[in-house]
Design a protein around this ligand. Structure first.
Ligand code: GLY
Length: 416
């Protein structure tokens, strides 16, 4: 009897304290939500989260032998690990370098070196153009962030492998092989396919030129960029994904898509690769033709009404069921990073480009895109699309979304 008499009182007291605690938690959340986080706070918050998330990832994979790299998640919601020859193998070490660049902690440098050196054999790869992605994001950052001189040799050897894919008659580096072992690519009937993504691999060649003074690297990279400029773009500066050349006549056979919705559509990540690639090519050559191209692509993206107001594009600007289509956070992160480099060469558009990049970065740093600590298998960003035509990597985390997001945040930190 006594017991039951006390129950309502206990409940009232518990509720009073509980409600107070709840109110405080809510109001403190609200206080942060209502005030616009300044740039320094935002960047600091994201890099703190990155340390926690990437610690999780490292702890999950560190005992693998040979050391594999995390790329995304599997169908069963585990970390998808890939070997050194996967096109995405350089992004995880690259993100570790960016975390180290921000926090300057030895532990993170050791992690970055460990995962970078696991990619040594990439330098021998001659059956893929992706050597540039793989080595520049890993060894390229090891050199530029930690002055790791061993990396120079790997970069030059990798660039030497990459230029074996140069087709001098056409003036391009062939992206994909068309041999029967290439799965769906073999079925396309292509002769010498070149994809817009290939612009990203040129940086490795420009670095090799810088280290050796061998102009072969420079000429091949610049020829490829000029051919891409001529043949990959439409009048509005959107780009096709794949241009297939004829090795005998050196003429264009077809302009198509592989990862986009349709041949004439604008595959979101492809537009971002083009913007980044031409910005980078201008930075290396100072040839105004490349700057004009980068500016025109930027205008195409920044003025595009098919990109939603929050600036995170759907996986293809022309996807058929917009707004019921997945967004691609990776494309947004690549665009933000590219614009933050391009703005320094375009003083008259500096403010607009920085503002556009900032809007993307703030959106990606919100709860809708940035994972809660302990979730997303340790990756940072949710909602990217690898290849919509395969069932995997559709609206999921991807290591390259994280890489370009961290890169863009570091660039943003440097601008006024
Ligand atoms: N091939 C690189 C990409 O999927 O964007």
């Amino acid at each position: 009897m006594m017991k039951t008499k006390f129950i309502p009182l206990v409940i009232i007291i518990a509720c009073l304290f509980g409600c107070k605690e709840h109110k405080e938690a809510t109001s403190s959340t609200k206080a942060t939500e209502n005030r616009i986080e300044n740039k320094r706070e935002l960047i600091n918050r994201v890099f703190k989260i990155s340390e926690k998330q990437y610690n999780l990832l490292i702890n999950k994979i560190t005992n693998n032998e040979p050391l594999l790299q995390p790329r995304g998640i599997t169908e069963n919601d585990n970390v998808r690990l890939v070997p050194y020859y996967d096109w995405t193998s350089g992004f995880f070490p690259g993100s570790l370098w960016y975390i180290y660049k921000y926090n300057q902690k030895d532990k993170w440098k050791a992690n970055a070196i460990k995962f970078t050196y696991a990619l040594d054999s990439v330098k021998y790869i001659t059956n893929s153009h992706d050597v540039g992605f793989m080595l520049d994001c890993s060894y390229g950052n090891a050199y530029s962030i930690a002055n790791d001189t061993l990396s120079k040799r790997v970069i030059v050897e990798g660039a030497t492998s990459l230029i074996t894919r140069y087709r001098p008659k056409i003036g391009v580096i062939q992206s994909w092989d068309t041999t029967p072992n290439m799965g769906w690519i073999s079925e396309k009937g292509w002769n010498t396919p070149v994809i817009i993504d290939n612009m990203m691999n040129l940086e490795l060649l420009y670095k090799a030129f810088q280290f050796t003074n061998d102009s072969t690297f420079y000429k091949i990279a610049s020829n490829h960029a000029k051919k891409t400029l001529k043949n990959h773009f439409r009048e509005d500066y959107s780009s096709f994904h794949v241009v297939d050349y004829d090795s005998k006549t050196s003429k264009v056979r077809n302009r198509q898509t592989a990862q986009g919705y349709s041949d004439p559509s604008s595959w979101a990540r492809g537009q971002s690769w083009g913007l980044y690639g031409f910005t980078q090519t201008f930075a290396n050559t100072k040839d105004s033709v490349f700057l004009d191209q980068a500016k025109n692509i930027a205008h195409y993206i920044m003025g595009n009404k098919k990109i939603p107001k929050d600036l995170i594009p759907y996986w293809d600007y022309d996807a058929p069921n917009i707004p019921n289509e997945p967004r691609d956070a990776s494309a947004a992160a690549i665009t933000a990073s590219a614009l933050l480099t391009l703005q320094q060469y375009v003083p008259e558009e500096q403010k607009t480009m920085i503002a556009y990049a900032e809007k993307i970065l703030r959106r990606l740093s919100s709860n809708d895109y940035l994972a809660d600590i302990g979730s997303n298998q340790g990756f940072l960003l949710k909602h990217s699309v690898g290849n919509i035509h395969t069932d995997e990597e559709n609206d999921e985390p991807l290591n390259y979304a994280d890489y370009y997001y961290l890169e863009a945040l570091l660039k943003w930190q440097e601008v006024d």
